[in-house]
Design a protein around this ligand. Structure first.
Ligand SMILES: [Zn+2]
Length: 185
């Protein structure tokens, strides 16, 4: 099991458009498994590759939240929404890159998505409920869109300033880098 650090907003890599995956190799498989480990460890229900600093179009999800239920990890490579329901639904969203902040976002209640698996095989599926929220949120990450981009500029600004402060505080708490002894010589 290998955990990868999750980037925190604001970070230019979270605003970038990720590139399509064209090579289906062991490195891609390793990244997918690391992303699932990182997501479960957080814990979260979805994670997109840009959140671990890899600008490739891949997301992982598992929206089975009830304890005791069988996990349903999903890896979607090059996912694309091909249909959305006219009916929309609000949901209080959060994001592993914007911890402790939540806001209501309204999205299509159901979506049809095409993607490929880690072997490059094509799949198509319909998502509803929490899965629909999650898959849309994660695909947004591949285009550099965060859930706070759906909020008004004032609310978005408040969250971004709080995140900037959190990142400064975290940077300050960081233990001294190794090799400090050498510097004292
Ligand atoms: Zn997110």
């Amino acid at each position: 099991m290998s955990l990868r650090p999750i980037l925190l907003h604001p970070d230019p890599r979270l605003k970038a458009v990720a590139k399509p995956v064209t090579v289906f190799d062991d490195a891609l498989r390793r990244l997918a498994h690391d992303m699932l480990d990182t997501m479960y460890d957080a814990p979260g229900i979805g994670l997109a590759a840009p959140q671990v600093g890899v600008l490739s179009r891949m997301i992982v999800m598992d929206c089975v939240k009830e304890e005791g239920e069988t996990p349903r990890p999903m890896v979607l490579v090059n996912p694309e929404v091909v249909w959305t329901s006219e009916e929309k639904a609000p949901y209080e969203e959060g994001c592993l890159s914007i911890p402790e902040h939540f806001a209501e976002v309204t999205r299509p209640r159901e979506v049809e998505v095409v993607w490929t698996d880690l072997d490059g095989q094509a799949h198509q599926g319909r998502f509803d409920g929490l899965w629909a929220v999650c898959v849309q949120h994660e695909i947004d990450h591949l285009d550099g869109t965060l859930f706070i981009d759906y909020l008004g500029p004032i609310k978005r600004g408040v969250i971004t300033r709080k995140m900037e402060k959190l990142k400064r505080d975290l940077a300050r708490e960081k233990p001294a880098p190794k090799g400090r002894e050498a510097e004292r010589l």
